[in-house]
Write a protein that binds this ligand. Structure first.
Ligand SMILES: Cc1cc2nc3c(=O)[nH]c(=O)nc-3n(C[C@H](O)[C@H](O)[C@H](O)COP(=O)(O)OP(=O)(O)OC[C@H]3O[C@@H](n4cnc5c(N)ncnc54)[C@H](O)[C@@H]3O)c2cc1C
Length: 316
């Protein structure tokens, strides 16, 4: 189809101004490309936004995503973002009732003695704590070998598996990659409360069960335990919205155009470019891009990080 009403041509048109779209936009603009971000909402940031929730109180709170663990420091440095995060302590607190008393399992990430004492209070002995400690040690090899791969070309399963060399690393591979997570959790822990706590990292957002043979619980678990290479999830200073603010500032500095109230409804790949159709102020509009980057699986156009390259292949 030939469109006669294209309003402008870009090197790259990005569908969705969530943090992934904004980060991609910054990198591309810094590399000298002309970039347009189309965002259907009135603000950008997607799930990475903060709001002032209490009238008269200046503090802004993250309203969706609220912890940072999967944002590599390299991206912060490359894009010159003024964005900091702090370790949260304790790591977790799980309330429970025992003998009619309200107690809580406290996992500290600064003092092992606190964690040990809290486990002993729950179970009456130190066995569960020792197993928790061992489980945690085994997890570490995953962060060590998988974290860096997030910013590298994707490797095959076999290539990654070869990195797990020691006996402990091979055991970790078996426990966390090869079999449903529930098997390892039940092998290591007796207390239902501890089993539930450990499985939290495998269940968030997946709504599945520990023995799901699709292993989607294992994948969710991996995302959580490799964060920052250590499994540490941190609290952003200034809330998640601070990251979006910084990204928008860098986008503007590097000449990225951002258009809000612009919902993409169709993408038409052609020989040398793709035409992107969107609704803006109740009007149908068109732009073209040599490349189109879609960042949202919820987008109407059903794109999941797909780069449409017209009919061509090659470097941008
Ligand atoms: C409640 C909740 C809590 C979470 N907590 C955390 C957390 O603590 N830490 C963490 O790391 N992750 C967390 N996540 C996951 C994280 O928020 C997402 O992985 C991340 O936001 C994905 O970023 P994105 O830019 O790819 O997509 P999104 O943030 O979803 O942004 C996509 C953008 O595209 C826009 N868009 C969609 N369709 C179109 C269209 N057709 N045309 C134009 N624009 C369109 C949307 O309006 C949106 O602004 C959480 C998610 C949720 C829902």
């Amino acid at each position: 189809m030939v469109y006669s009403n294209i309003q402008k041509n870009y090197d790259v048109v990005i569908v969705g101004g969530g943090h992934n779209g904004l980060i991609a936009a910054c990198y591309l603009a810094k590399a000298g490309k002309s970039v347009l971000v189309l965002e259907k909402q009135d603000t950008v940031g997607g799930a990475v936004v903060s709001r002032q929730l209490f009238p008269g109180i200046e503090a802004k709170l993250s309203i969706y995503a609220y912890l940072v663990g999967m944002l590599p420091q390299k991206i912060i440095s490359d894009l010159d973002l003024n964005f900091k995060f702090r370790q949260r302590n304790p790591a977790s607190f799980t309330p429970y009732e025992k003998d009619g008393k309200h107690e809580g399992l406290l996992i500290s990430n600064s003092d092992e003695a606190i964690t040990k004492k809290s486990f002993e209070q729950l179970t009456g002995n130190s066995e569960e704590y020792q197993n928790y400690f061992k489980f945690h040690q085994l997890q570490k090899s995953l962060g060590k070998h998988l974290w860096h791969s997030l910013l590298e070309p994707m490797q095959t399963r076999e290539e990654i598996k070869k990195l797990f060399q020691t006996e402990e690393e091979k055991l970790a591979w078996q426990l966390f990659i090869e079999q449903p997570l529930g098997i390892a959790i039940e092998e290591f822990f007796q207390s239902d409360l501890v089993r539930g706590l450990v499985f939290t990292d495998g269940t968030i957002g997946t709504f599945t069960h520990p023995h799901d043979s699709s292993l989607q619980q294992n994948r969710t678990f991996l995302y959580h335990i490799i964060a920052n290479g250590t499994g540490d999830w941190c609290v952003p200073v200034g809330g998640m919205g601070k990251l979006t603010e910084e990204l928008v500032a860098q986008c503007k500095k590097n000449g990225v155009e951002i258009l809000n109230h612009a919902e993409v409804t169709q993408i038409e790949p052609e020989e040398q470019q793709a035409t992107v159709k969107f609704e803006h102020k109740n009007q149908e509009s068109y732009v073209s891009g040599r490349y189109v980057l879609g960042t949202s699986k919820k987008s109407n156009v059903q794109l999941i990080m797909i780069i449409i390259v017209g009919q061509r292949k090659g470097q941008l």
